[in-house]
Design a protein around this ligand. Structure first.
Ligand code: ADP
Ligand code: MG
Length: 349
């Protein structure tokens, strides 16, 4: 199967390259596997409906820092990130399984806090926790959530499917979760150097909330259904718009033009980005974990979408396969690079 003769550093592949490498050796063979590796969730035919299956894990020290991620929020967020992948297929979540790797550093009360967050998310998204697995972990806490959901054959939406001239739409606002993380990391550093100083996070409430307590856009999925709009392609924003755009482009064999002045950025995100010496558009394009939905729709839906407060048309698909341009207010064009694919490259630096 894998017949590499020499050692290959993961950093040379990147996360996306690694997944593609694995996927190339696991082409689905069963007739009921409708879609395997490569989308936000796998799709399985079950009688006359489509079952969705996805999984996400969070590792201490990689995805979260317990000095500023409260356990309850962490439990909630672990469920959100998985439910969000079901939404990205235009599907509805049903049940979850939770795998936990923990050490005796944690008390029962701490684990109860984590599960209080999971329970809150179960109630919010109408999902049942139906199982999981628990094991000892020698290094840090690990939470893995698997979500089982469903979609209709007529409305299921994949990462592929965008056509040239389709409108590119993003929900909510972007870049906030990333700037929230920058604030939390900065305040942690200040606290470690000056423990007598209490962090004042009130000024940053919105973006810190975006980082600590994101929501999956089940409301948007319901709204699209009500409006009878079926996106031509869709993905959720976990790695940042830039990275997700490359996914929609690669799967749909299109390019995209994005208009900088259309990017929906909350004023608090703008203020804090500037305070950090960052261009707010860069934060909006490359910041991850917003769990908004990025999708394309046929131009014919323009009138329906343009006035919806929670959806913003930020650009359109083009025929220029693999070209992702950011058009500024003055008409200049810059290439949008996908930083979210570089996880392993950062780790190996
Ligand atoms: P998302 O950001 O939506 O969670 P990912 O980029 O993590 O998506 O994954 C993309 C696709 O690759 C998904 O179909 C996922 O199931 C698959 N995938 C990710 N990691 C692995 C792995 N280690 N083995 C097999 N499939 C994987
Ligand atoms: Mg996803």
């Amino acid at each position: 199967m894998f017949e590499n003769e020499q050692r290959t550093e993961l950093g040379t592949l990147g996360e996306f390259g690694l997944i593609q490498h694995i996927a190339s050796h696991f082409k689905p063979k069963r007739s009921d596997t409708v879609a395997g590796i490569g989308d936000d969730a796998a799709v399985i035919q079950s009688e006359n409906r489509l079952v969705l299956l996805c999984t996400d894990h969070m590792l201490e020290g990689v995805h979260f820092d317990l000095s500023f991620h409260p356990l309850k929020h962490l439990g909630y967020k672990a469920v959100v990130s998985c439910v969000s992948d079901i939404c990205a297929m235009n599907g509805k979540p049903g049940q979850i399984l939770v795998n936990l790797g923990t050490s005796n550093r944690f008390s029962l009360e701490a684990i109860e806090e984590l599960y209080a967050g999971i329970q809150l998310a179960c109630e919010r998204y109408g999902v049942d926790l139906v199982g999981g697995d628990t094991s000892a972990s020698q290094r840090g806490l690990m939470i893995n959530v698997t979500c089982y959901g469903s979609a209709k054959t007529e409305t299921i939406t994949y990462r592929k499917g965008a056509k040239p001239n389709d409108l590119l739409v993003v929900t909510g606002d972007v870049g906030g979760a990333y700037m929230g993380l920058q604030i939390l990391e900065r305040e942690k550093k200040v606290f470690l150097e000056h423990p007598e100083m209490q962090p004042d996070l009130e000024r940053f409430d919105y973006i810190v909330g975006r980082q600590l307590k994101p929501e999956a856009r089940v409301d948007v999925i319901a709204q699209l259904e009500e409006l009878k709009i079926v996106p031509t392609s869709m993905i959720d924003v976990s790695d940042g718009i830039a990275s997700e755009l490359h996914q929609l482009g690669a799967h749909g064999k299109v390019g995209f033009n994005v208009y900088e002045n259309k990017l929906p950025i909350d004023p608090q995100t703008v203020d804090i980005a500037l305070e950090f010496g960052l261009n707010p558009s860069i934060a909006a394009l490359n910041g991850g974990e917003d769990y908004e939905l990025l999708f394309t729709v046929d131009q014919g839906h323009f009138d329906l979408i343009k006035n919806l407060p929670d959806m913003t048309i930020i650009g359109h698909a083009t025929e220029e396969i693999g070209k992702y341009n950011l058009i500024t207010a003055t008409g200049n064009s810059f290439e949008i690079k996908a930083q979210g694919w570089e996880h392993f490259k950062h780790l190996s630096e």
